[in-house]
Design a protein around this ligand. Structure first.
Ligand SMILES: CC(C)(COP(=O)(O)OP(=O)(O)OC[C@H]1O[C@@H](n2cnc3c(N)ncnc32)[C@H](O)[C@@H]1OP(=O)(O)O)[C@@H](O)C(=O)NCCC(=O)NCCS
Length: 167
């Protein structure tokens, strides 16, 4: 946030708050992994999952994008192209290939500034395949904002999960 000095209607000088952010979305590299792990730990609290290998795998496949604010990583998303795997135990068609959104996250310090939306729009611009994602109930409304619809729900590891799709 920068402060700008301007004159108001009465000719008095006034400080005006002004957002001055440079935002950029780019492919993640291995050098980004510590930053991604740090954001993950802040964002998904109380998780025992260690995401380091998982980020490395997707970065090496070119399927991880980061968002930078003034040159600093503030969020990311991970995607993949594959068929529905049996682990989800749903009856979603396994014939088709889908562009899966696997994870999207924004550093809590930068949430509610539109970064999540920009990451979603970047993902949605990947046009080649129909899109799918699996999420927990509290994210359903968020994905609906982008046109995803609930396709079905199922239980996994004692949790209610939703398959959402965007054609
Ligand atoms: C979901 C998430 C990516 C949104 O990022 P963000 O940068 O804050 O999003 P934006 O600033 O673009 O949009 C904020 C808007 O989305 C809304 N929003 C955020 N999370 C939401 C949710 N779970 N359900 C519905 N709306 C939600 C906010 O209330 C805000 O609404 P407003 O525009 O009416 O004020 C971010 O909250 C996050 O990282 N959450 C934790 C990780 C997570 O659960 N990821 C998804 C599963 S992998």
């Amino acid at each position: 946030m920068n402060q700008d000095i301007r004159k108001d209607r009465n000719g008095e000088k006034r400080k005006i708050g002004r957002m001055n952010m440079t935002m950029k979305i780019r492919k993640a590299t291995r050098n980004d992994i510590p930053y991604l792990v740090s954001i993950y730990n802040k964002t998904f609290k109380n998780t025992i999952f260690s995401p380091k290998k998982y980020y490395k795998k997707h970065i090496d496949k070119g399927k991880a994008e980061v968002i930078e604010i003034n040159g600093k990583i503030a969020g990311a998303y991970i995607w993949d192209i594959n068929r529905m795997k049996n682990i989800l135990k749903t009856d979603v068609s396994i014939r088709d290939r889908y562009l899966w959104l696997i994870q999207v996250m924004v550093d809590p310090e930068h949430q509610k500034q539109g970064l999540g939306r920009n990451l979603m729009l970047d993902y949605m611009m990947k046009k080649e395949l129909p899109k799918r994602l699996v999420c927990e109930p509290q994210l359903v409304e968020w994905y609906k904002r982008f046109g995803f619809i609930v396709y079905q729900n199922f239980y996994h590891d004692g949790k209610d999960m939703y398959v959402m799709l965007l054609e």
